[in-house]
Design a protein around this ligand. Structure first.
Ligand code: CP
Ligand code: NVA
Length: 304
């Protein structure tokens, strides 16, 4: 039966751990220059309703490195933009290609596509989830702390309770690390996910105070204050989010060995200072690279 990745909750803990281990192996093979082409003859379609640098390029490069090929469908360039029903698109694409990555607004759009497709559908970001990013981030964390057990970690999320914050909660649900989220009132992550974390007894905490969240953590995470589709709110959000900037002062509260993650693109001087993003504790560039390696492990598993 085909599998989809629409949220982290589509995988179980063992599958996540296996994918992370495989991603480490594929990364090492790439470093050694070893050719590995299990997806020869396979095609991946990328339906993107929002812009992208990392997600698009890492999926396309990953497919090429695995011997497959990809077809990028830019915003507005499919008949879906002219109201062709999603189920029809799903059925037709299932006859041509072996998998689809979709980046869109509503999570329901990705879910509807997956329901009607006979091929794996991967969420390349929606307004509410970004599973490929957070799973790749776990690889970065494992590498930096040189151990594979994530449950001892303490992670902070500082800023908007957006798609990335939700994805961090889904990761904590499965992997049982401590997650402290600091978000302003009215900008909290998904209430249902927070409730589920509470019901399951997970160590997921929400506060208004970025300093409390950052205290003693090994990882500080942040993201833009206005996500794609929220451009008109950007000015108002800049005011609300000012106290949530990740700067050196906040970083000092974390453990001395702490790393800072940002999924990028970043706005230096807003959610993060240049000093921190370009500083010695930033893991943002490894983080961007690891999208490639994690997604290759994912593609090999789902399409292979
Ligand atoms: N982090 C991330 O998904 O980046 P892009 O928007 O460039 O794909
Ligand atoms: N929260 C951001 C993530 C970008 C990768 C957005 O949705 O725009």
């Amino acid at each position: 039966m085909k599998r989809d990745l629409l949220t982290v909750l589509d995988l179980n803990r063992a599958e996540i751990e296996r994918l992370l281990a495989r991603a480490r192996e594929l990364k090492a093979w790439q470093r050694e220059g070893k050719s590995h082409r299990p997806l020869e003859g396979k095609t991946l379609a990328l339906i993107f309703d929002k812009p992208s640098t990392r997600t698009r390029v890492s999926f396309e490069a990953g497919m090429a490195q695995l011997g497959g090929t990809s077809i990028y469908l830019a915003p507005g360039q499919t008949q879906m933009a002219r109201n062709e029903p999603i189920p029809d698109t799903a059925r037709v694409l299932s006859r041509y290609v072996d998998g689809v990555v979709i980046r869109t607004f509503a999570q329901e759009t990705a879910e509807e596509l997956a329901r009607h497709a006979d091929i794996p559908v991967i969420n390349g970001l929606t307004d509410t989830h970004h599973p490929c990013q957070v799973l790749s981030d776990l690889l970065t964390i494992q590498e930096h702390f040189q151990h594979q057990c994530l449950s001892h970690l303490k992670v902070a999320w500082v800023g908007d309770g957006n798609n990335m914050a939700n994805s961090w909660i889904t990761a904590a649900l499965h992997l049982d690390f401590t997650l402290c989220l600091a978000c302003p009132q009215g900008y909290e992550p998904d209430a249902g996910l927070l409730q589920e974390a509470q019901k399951k007894g997970r160590r997921v905490y929400l506060t208004r105070d970025p300093r409390a969240a950052a205290q003693d953590v090994q990882v500080i995470n942040t993201d833009v204050w206005a996500s794609m589709g929220q451009e008109e709110e950007a000015a108002a959000r800049r005011e609300v989010f000012k106290p949530y900037q990740v700067n050196n002062e906040l970083l000092k509260l974390a453990r001395p060995e702490a790393i800072v993650l940002h999924c990028l693109p970043a706005h230096r001087g807003e959610e993060i200072t240049a000093e921190v993003l370009d500083g010695p504790q930033s893991a943002a560039w490894d983080q961007a690279e690891n999208r490639l390696h994690f997604q290759k492990a994912l593609l090999e598993w789902l399409l292979g």
